[in-house]
Write a protein that binds this ligand. Structure first.
Ligand code: DGL
Length: 285
């Protein structure tokens, strides 16, 4: 049981004040459809190196970006429900823009665990752009979400936000993590799709609105050329996790694990990549 409620000894009977206490070995679960959430884990390690982590990837459902809202919501809610019951995490992070922009509200309503989501970093991009033109690369499912419209209206009013759904970049990032070469044509296609939109030649800031895309940021930077900055949510998400778990104790009683829904999908190269992120055990869930 990860959560236990103890009464604050300073509280009076009139005003009981429950203080949540968390088992030191309760993990933080990071959930994505594939390897993209590792970009969040990388930032989390910098802030909370001692936090026990379970990295959970729905590789049997990958890619999410080409699925319907109903398919994604059902998978995410079902899998997170199972994970929460089985591992009693102190916090769950949906390290996936597609899953978060579709299912975050719903999952928060049904699970009794703090949930941190990942949403496109439009706010910081709007603060950075000098030309007023921002590119946004996400999955097809993410870029059509009302959640993204709301972020645009709230934080990028008066700017031009050009969106492109780039499923090929998810494959490219997964391939790179398997130690395979990244197809330059896929990168070039994504860049061209933004540049060819009216105003696209003035893009100076690009939101990587899919956790997979920072894995191919170097390739994207080369294809865009100088004068383009990239923004993604991972550092902010890690900070939010650190804020929500502030003051909690950590004790790792076993190696951090990567768990997958897909069978037989973890090659030797992928295991190497996972162990570079401190995930030394691999299994299924
Ligand atoms: N990593 C996921 C995201 O941030 C999506 C990848 C996929 O299409 O499954 O949106």
């Amino acid at each position: 049981m990860a959560f236990e409620t103890v009464l604050n000894p300073d509280a009076t009977l009139d005003a009981p004040s429950p203080v949540p206490r968390v088992s030191p070995d309760a993990p933080i679960v990071l959930f994505d459809s594939g390897m993209g959430g590792l970009t969040v884990l990388e930032e989390l390690r910098k802030l909370l190196p001692d936090a026990p982590v379970i990295y959970a990837a729905d590789t049997a459902g990958l890619p999410y970006g080409t699925k319907t809202e109903a398919q994604i919501a059902a998978r995410v809610a079902g899998l997170l429900g199972r994970m929460t019951e089985r591992f009693a995490p102190r916090l769950v992070c949906i390290a996936c823009n597609t899953a978060s922009t579709i299912a975050l509200g719903m999952v928060r309503e049904v699970l009794e665990v703090p949930i941190v989501g990942t949403v496109p970093a439009i706010k910081p991009a709007a603060a950075l752009t000098q030309t007023g033109v921002i590119g946004l690369l996400g999955t097809e499912a993410t870029i059509r979400q009302a959640y993204v419209d709301r972020l645009e209206h709230e934080f990028a009013a008066g700017k031009l936000l050009l969106r492109h759904g780039a499923p090929g970049l998810v494959d490219a990032a997964e391939a790179k993590m398997r130690g395979e070469p990244v197809d330059p044509a896929v990168i070039a296609e994504a860049v061209k799709a933004l540049r060819d939109q009216p105003g696209g030649d003035r893009i100076d800031t690009v939101v990587l609105a899919c956790t997979h895309f920072p894995l191919v940021e170097a390739e994207l930077a080369q294809a865009f050329g100088p004068g383009v900055r990239f923004v993604h949510g991972a550092p902010g998400i890690a900070q939010q996790i650190a804020r929500l778990t502030a003051g909690q104790d950590y004790s790792r009683t076993r190696a951090d694990r990567a768990l997958f829904t897909g069978k037989g999908m973890v090659s030797a190269a992928a295991r190497d990549a996972l162990s570079r992120y401190g995930l030394r055990e691999v299994g299924e869930f």
